[in-house]
Design a protein around this ligand. Structure first.
Ligand code: DAH
Length: 346
């Protein structure tokens, strides 16, 4: 038996010397020291021996087990170090190599401008309100003094949702403008009011460089006692001057929108030529900016506001158009086309 242990020892030491990888070492450890390894086999076989043999061979086998375990550990450390060094040599790090670029996103130009619009109106005491994109016919049209069969409905090509009409509020539509929130806000908060409603709007129309089925608008509404159109002029002049960071002028022209009386088209001084006349303003010095006017008494009534006591004005402008003007983007489709080569410029 002694002989057997000696042979085992020299076989194990030889194998250890020749082992060259951590995997090989693991297999050898299993072979000699594992649960069904050779030394365990000898220890298990002790039962059939005499007491004397049990003592001496048991001790020798256990000693060998300890010695081999220590040697395996040493060897294991050595081989792992060698392995690591080899890997480091072949995976040499080139500190002068260019780094990997991390792509960080940024805020979309529409959202950037919206934030700025909200900030400026916020400074003037306006509250920012949100409203549903899927609207009822009532809020989108009737409540705004546009009854069914009124020709003004043709001004906005509408996406209808394929669902049965509600008795009171009619069919569901994708809102064609942010104006429905005039009546919604009046109903909810009453007078006085000073709000803006930025948001997405939808029209069922053919797409080209200046038309999209989805675009953004900003609605504004101010209701109080003794409010006149001159307040609107002051607010818009101030808003545009802060937005473009220069003295801006506005002018009124008559316009037609069923929910305001009188209805007005507001132009702003041309930002491209300082009103001297250029291609963009068609030599007029003015750029069309938005629709507005004094809120129609029928709309105040729909919102539950006493039109004898309160009056006010409303406006709606295209946020998308404003962004295009601000950044000199000449095709509306660039803004939602998902082409990062364009969006990354802003
Ligand atoms: N909702 C109108 C549109 O989308 C814009 C508008 C015009 C809004 C006049 C108003 C307004 O509040 O008073 O064409």
């Amino acid at each position: 038996m002694d002989d057997k242990l000696k042979k085992l020892e020299s076989a194990a030491l030889k194998a250890l010397k020749e082992a060259s990888s951590p995997d090989e070492l693991k297999n050898l450890e299993k072979k000699f020291l594992g649960k069904s390894g050779e030394i365990t086999g000898i220890l298990k076989g002790l039962a059939s021996l005499s007491i004397e043999e049990k003592k001496s061979i048991g001790k020798a086998a256990n000693d060998l087990k300890k010695t081999l375990a220590a040697k395996f550990k040493n060897c294991c450390n050595k081989i792992e170090m060698e392995h690591l060094n080899k890997t480091l040599e072949s995976d040499e790090i080139d500190l002068s190599a260019p780094g990997r670029k991390h792509h960080i996103g940024h805020i979309h130009p529409i959202a950037q401008t919206q934030e700025e619009v909200e900030r400026i109106f916020g400074q003037m005491g306006f509250t920012v309100i949100d409203g549903p994109e899927v609207e009822s016919e009532y809020y989108n049209f009737e409540g705004l003094n546009i009854p069914a069969h009124h020709p003004a409905r043709d001004m906005q090509d509408t996406f209808f949702i394929d669902k049965a009409a509600d008795k009171k509020e009619g069919r569901l539509v994708l809102r064609t403008h942010t104006s429905p929130n005039q009546v919604r806000t009046m109903e909810k908060y009453g007078a006085p009011l000073r709000i803006i409603v930025p948001g997405r709007t939808f029209r069922n129309e053919a797409t080209d460089a200046s038309h999209e089925h989805t675009f953004d608008q900003v609605e504004g509404l101010m209701i109080d006692e003794n409010i006149s159109i001159s307040h609107l002029k002051g607010v818009m002049q101030e808003f545009l001057s802060r937005l473009f960071d220069k003295e801006m002028k506005v002018r009124f022209r008559p316009g037609y929108f069923p929910f305001v009386e009188p209805g007005i088209e507001l132009d702003m001084s041309c930002i491209f030529c300082e009103s001297k006349g250029c291609k963009v303003c068609k030599k007029t010095g003015w750029i069309e900016f938005m629709g507005c006017g004094m809120v129609h008494p029928n709309v105040l009534k729909a919102g539950g506001i006493d039109s004898e006591k309160y009056q006010g004005w409303a406006f709606g402008f295209g946020l998308t158009r404003l962004v295009m003007m601000r950044y000199g983007i000449n095709d509306i489709r660039h803004l939602t086309g998902g082409d990062l080569r364009i969006l990354n410029q802003f």
